[in-house]
Design a protein around this ligand. Structure first.
Ligand code: GDP
Ligand code: IMO
Ligand code: MG
Length: 423
């Protein structure tokens, strides 16, 4: 059976958690393939809001197995907190959650290194979530990392000590004057490791191979968004993993020819949290309205998200890089009440009009060229069928489908599971 992928097409927070939760009933396995606790995936149902960071968004369903893939980086301390939060929901998560032995561990010193690196950058900081993501992936590619499977070795604490000692020297090198109590952080870390060890560790690539052979249905859940991809994002203002479709192959051990549908998720407008260029960013009342109505605050850090109009130049790029086969448009309800909607369909780039994403989208190089569309005033949040959509919303959707040459198969009209309309 084929593997389907679900990915964010913008700068993250598109609503991946919500849609994975909605789709889980159709799948046997939900697998996270990259990122770590920098992600914050929100699910809402039965009047309760849940935020997951490392645990896949299928965990609230009875049947599906949730797999944390080899491409993910795990902070045992945050992972334990997530599990503690689930404890009150009678989920029997131990039988539904499996972890790749090849996933790398975020150590307390990785978090401190992240903070020291950001502090040393001053104004040029990435705006990292400070969860230790960059330093952990650096140790992975530098071939120094500690993996989940190492916890089964008798000398893993020795390996830990060697790496932590090296990190301490690196932290000193930054001279960033970060205060921390390593002993306290380590006590918390080692306690959380015991919790992690109570879960099932697997050779996940083999597990997924057998699952495919048995005809099981697998959905790979992305974190972050395509414009935060280490190769294809707005470098250096990106995260440290491949958030695009290829990341699912390396982050799970799934062969490219086994991937079938690629679901690309986007907001009906654009948001970004952290630093970096954002051509359609708004600094006026319209941007303020999007942030307020859309409740645009980071699910992981609580930071205010920057808001702006939909950027079709960037979105088209993400559709191409990922080979998106179906689009899902989120938060259309937030745009209700705007008399006119703007969609960026080209960039003015160094005096020329271009429709592809150039190497450098810093504001001094790029000015967005907008197409204006009529907005709608109807409240979408109570709608349950596409036949109720206002004419202007249909025009907006059809315009995007034409520009992106890809069908929009789901329109989300609110944060709740039930506020999801299939087209
Ligand atoms: P993720 O990281 O892609 O899973 O997205 P986040 O959870 O970080 O951010 C999406 C936010 O929008 C969450 O607060 C969701 O509850 C909320 N949300 C998702 N879909 C919709 C929608 O269609 N309308 C509205 N108003 N909120 C939504
Ligand atoms: P989800 O999965 C939005 C951003 C950070 C920062 C940059 C690098 O919820 O969509 P990092 O901590 O990875 O070193 O931060 O990437 N960022 C996200 N923005 N959603 C996310 O995840 C993000 N994960 C990282 O704000 O700009
Ligand atoms: Mg998020």
């Amino acid at each position: 059976m084929a593997v389907n992928l679900l990915l964010g097409l913008q700068w993250g927070d598109e609503g991946k958690g919500k849609i994975v939760d909605v789709l889980t009933k159709n799948y046997d396995i939900i697998a996270r393939f990259q990122g770590g606790p920098n992600a914050g995936h929100t699910l809402e149902f039965d009047g309760i809001k849940h935020v997951l960071h490392t645990i896949p968004s299928g965990i609230f369903h009875d049947k599906a197995i949730n797999l944390v893939g080899n491409g993910v980086v795990i902070d045992p301390v945050i992972f334990k907190k997530e599990l503690d939060n689930l404890a009150k929901f009678d989920l029997d998560y131990k039988s539904k959650l499996v972890i790749s032995r090849k996933a790398h561990l975020i150590l307390p010193t990785h978090r401190i290194l992240d903070a020291a690196s950001e502090a040393s950058k001053g104004k040029a900081k990435i705006g990292s979530t400070l969860k230790g993501i960059g330093p952990t992936y650096m140790d992975k590619t530098g071939r120094n990392g500690i993996r989940v499977g190492d916890l089964e070795l008798s000398d893993w604490k020795e390996r830990y000590r060697n790496l932590a000692n090296k990190h301490e020297a690196m932290i000193d090198f930054y001279d960033a004057k970060i205060e921390y109590d390593l002993e306290e952080l380590e006590n918390e870390f080692f306690a959380a490791i015991e919790t992690l060890k109570s879960l099932t560790f697997i050779d996940s690539e083999e597990y997924l191979y057998q699952a495919q052979k048995e005809g099981k249905k697998i959905l790979a859940e992305g974190a972050q968004g395509s414009l935060l991809d280490i190769d294809f994002g707005t470098y250096p203002f990106v995260t440290s993993s491949n958030t695009t479709a290829a990341g699912a192959c390396t982050g799970l051990g799934v062969a490219p020819n086994k991937i079938k549908e690629v679901f690309g998720i986007f907001k009906a407008y654009t948001t970004r949290v952290g630093s970096g260029p954002f051509p359609t960013e708004l600094f006026d009342d319209d941007g303020e309205t999007m942030g307020r109505v859309g409740n645009e605050f980071g699910a992981t850090t609580g930071r205010e998200r920057r808001c702006g109009w939909l950027d079709l130049v960037a979105l088209k790029y993400a559709v191409h890089v990922n080979g998106v086969t179906q689009l899902m448009m989120m938060k259309g309800d937030v745009l209700s009440g705007f008399k006119t909607l703007k969609v960026c369909t080209a960039y003015n780039y160094k005096g020329k009009t271009i429709t592809h994403l150039p190497y450098n989208i810093e504001p001094e190089n790029v000015t967005p060229v907008y197409t204006e569309m009529k907005g709608w005033s109807e409240d979408l949040t109570k709608m349950s069928n596409k036949s109720e959509f206002p004419k202007e919303l249909n025009e907006y959707i059809e315009f995007l489908e034409k520009e992106l040459e890809t069908p929009i198969t789901i329109v989300s009209v609110g944060p709740d599971r039930t506020q999801t309309i299939h087209r």
